[in-house]
Design a protein around this ligand. Structure first.
Ligand code: GLN
Length: 476
C-alpha cells in the first residue's frame, strides 16, 4: 500500500482495518514533503508537534477499537489564511510574518475534531489576492505537473500539496475562484460551497461578502466528506447559515439520469483555449451519455462579471486591510518619529505591490464622488448577475462550464500584466458574486499533459446535486 497516495476513503478503510496507523500516515506525508517540497514550495510552515500529538490521540482511539471519526488520521494541509492556534499564520504576507494566532479557525477546529492531522500551512498569494501564487511574499509555488508553470491561485499551495501527494486533502479559500482555479491547474478536486455554508470565523478576511472556505481533495467523495465536517452554523460567524447539513456522502450515489444540465454560451466565447474547449465538450457529451439532459441557456450579464468583481473585492479589501496599522499583530516599522509615519511606513513595508494596488483601487472606488459611479453600480450589476442564475436554475439543476479559459500558464507569463491576470478569473468570479456553490473536477489533459478542469455550478445550498453530478462524471 502506497501510504502517500491514499484518498480519505482509502486511508479510513486502511486505518479501520489496522493496516496502517495515523503516525505512519503522517510520517509518510512528511517524508514526501521532505522529498518534493523544496522544488514545489507548497508549505510555508510545518507543525510537526501538533500533527504528531493528534496522530497519537487518534492512534489510541484505534487501539481501543473505538469507532473512528470521518477524518481520523487523515493528513491535511491548511491554507495560511486560516488561523491556527500557536502556529504561525502569515496570509502569505510580510505584514503577518510573526503572527501566532491565539485561537483556531472554526473550519480547522472542525477538521481536527473529526480526526484530521494538520501537517502544516500552505503558501498562497498575499491576502489571497492573485491567480498564480506569484504574489506570495515568501516564494512562488510551482505546479507539480510542470515545475515551470504556476499552480494557480490563490490557494496554489493547498492544490499543489494535494496534487503532489504531500497531503491527502487541504482547505483553501475562494473569493473569486481561488479554490477552483488552482484545483483545475493542478488536476485535483476543488469545492467552493454556498456563501454561508461554512463558517469563516478565523479566516483572514479579503472581501467579506465573497469569501468562502472549502476543500481541495483527490476525489469528489473526499470533497463531500470534508464539506460534511466543516459545514453548518457557527455561533462565532453571524454570516454562517442556520440550515441543516445534508448527508453529502450518501447523496452521492443517487442517480443522475434525467438531470437537466445547462450550458451557457457566454462561457465558451473568445479567449477560451481550444484544448480546454474540446475537453469540456467531451465532458458534456459524457454527461449526456450518462442520461443528463443538456439544455442551452444564457447568462447575459456574464461579460460584466470581471469589472464587478474587481470593484467589489477591492472595495471590501481596502476596508478589511485597514486594520493592519502596525499597532497590534501586524508588522511595525522601526525608527519612526510620529504616529502617522508609523502607519505609513508599516503599511509600506508590510504590504506587497498587488495588495497595495488593490487597496488603492478599492479606496478610489469607495471615495466620495466615485462611490455611485463605481461601487454602487457594481452592486447593482451583482444583483443582475445573481438574477441570471436564479432564472437559469428555474430551468436546469446544474450548469457546466470550463473552470479556467486556459491550462496552467508559465511562471512570469502574466506577472507584469495585472489586467491579463484578472481576466483569467472570468469563469470563476460569477459563482462568488452570486453566492452559489461550484466545484472544479479534472476532465482530461492537454497534449502537454496539463490538467483541465470542469466547473459545475449549482443552486444556493444545493451542494448535494453538484457533488452527485461530479461524482458520477468522475466514476465514468
Ligand atoms: N484571482 C482572484 C483575485 O485575485 C480571486 C482570488 C481569491 O479567490 N481569493 O482576486
Amino acid at each position: 500500500m502506497q501510504l502517500k497516495s491514499l484518498s480519505i476513503g482509502s486511508a479510513h478503510s486502511a486505518l479501520q482495518a489496522r493496516q496502517t496507523t495515523p503516525l505512519a500516515l503522517a510520517e509518510a506525508h512528511y517524508k514526501q514533503i521532505a522529498q518534493r517540497d523544496h522544488e514545489i514550495g507548497a508549505f510555508l510552515t510545518l507543525c510537526r508537534d501538533r500533527a504528531l500529538a493528534q496522530a497519537d490521540r487518534i492512534d489510541r482511539l484505534a487501539v481501543e477499537g473505538k469507532p473512528l471519526p470521518p477524518l481520523a488520521g487523515v493528513p491535511v494541509a491548511i491554507k495560511d489564511v486560516m488561523s491556527t492556534r500557536g502556529v504561525r499564520t502569515t496570509a502569505g504576507s510580510k505584514m503577518l510574518d510573526k503572527y501566532i494566532p491565539p485561537y483556531d479557525c472554526t473550519a480547522v477546529g472542525r477538521m481536527e475534531a473529526a480526526g484530521a492531522v494538520v501537517l502544516g500551512k500552505t503558501n498562497c498569494d498575499e491576502f489571497a489576492m492573485g491567480s498564480s501564487n506569484e504574489n506570495s511574499a515568501y516564494f512562488p509555488v510551482h505546479n507539480p505537473r510542470d515545475l515551470s508553470r504556476v499552480p494557480g491561485g490563490s490557494s496554489g499551495g493547498s492544490a499543489a500539496a494535494v496534487a503532489a501527494d504531500m497531503a491527502v486533502a487541504a482547505l483553501g479559500s475562494d473569493t473569486g475562484g481561488s479554490i477552483r482555479q488552482p484545483a483545475s491547474f493542478c488536476g485535483v478536486v476543488g469545492l467552493t460551497p454556498t456563501y454561508g455554508r461554512v463558517s469563516r470565523y478565523g479566516l483572514i478576511a479579503f472581501a467579506s461578502s465573497l469569501d468562502h472556505i472549502g476543500p481541495l481533495t483527490k476525489t469528489v467523495k473526499d470533497a463531500a466528506t470534508v464539506l460534511q465536517v466543516i459545514a453548518g452554523r457557527d455561533s462565532m460567524d453571524s454570516t454562517s447559515a442556520d440550515l441543516p447539513v445534508p448527508d453529502y456522502v450518501s447523496e452521492l450515489e443517487k442517480p443522475i439520469r434525467g438531470m437537466e444540465v445547462g450550458v451557457a454560451k457566454e462561457y465558451f466565447g473568445e479567449g477560451l483555449d481550444d484544448e480546454v474547449r474540446h475537453a469540456i465538450e467531451c465532458a458534456i457529451d459524457k454527461l449526456k451519455n450518462l442520461g443528463c439532459e443538456i439544455v442551452p441557456i444564457s447568462l447575459p450579464h456574464t461579460p460584466y462579471a470581471i469589472p464587478t468583481y474587481y470593484l467589489i473585492a477591492t472595495a471590501e479589501a481596502s476596508s478589511n486591510l485597514a486594520r493592519y496599522d502596525g499597532v497590534r499583530y501586524s508588522l511595525r516599522a522601526r525608527g519612526v518619529k510620529t504616529l502617522s509615519e508609523m502607519y505609513r511606513r508599516s503599511r509600506d513595508e508590510g504590504f506587497g505591490a498587488e495588495v497595495k494596488r488593490r487597496i488603492m483601487l478599492g479606496t478610489y472606488a469607495l471615495s466620495a464622488g466615485y462611490y455611485d459611479a463605481y461601487y454602487l453600480k457594481a452592486q447593482k450589476v451583482r444583483t443582475l448577475l445573481t438574477r441570471d442564475f436564479d432564472e437559469a436554475f428555474r430551468k436546469v439543476d446544474a450548469i457546466v462550464t470550463p473552470t479556467s479559459p486556459t491550462p496552467a500558464f508559465r511562471i512570469g507569463e502574466k506577472s507584469n500584466d495585472p489586467l491579463a491576470m484578472y481576466l483569467a478569473d472570468i469563469y470563476t468570479v460569477t459563482a462568488d458574486l452570486a453566492g452559489i456553490p461550484a466545484i472544479s473536477i479534472p476532465c482530461g489533459e492537454t497534449q502537454e499533459k496539463l490538467p483541465i478542469g470542469l466547473q459545475i455550478l449549482g443552486r444556493h445550498f444545493d451542494e448535494a446535486t453538484i457533488l452527485r453530478l461530479a461524482h458520477a462524471y468522475e466514476q465514468a
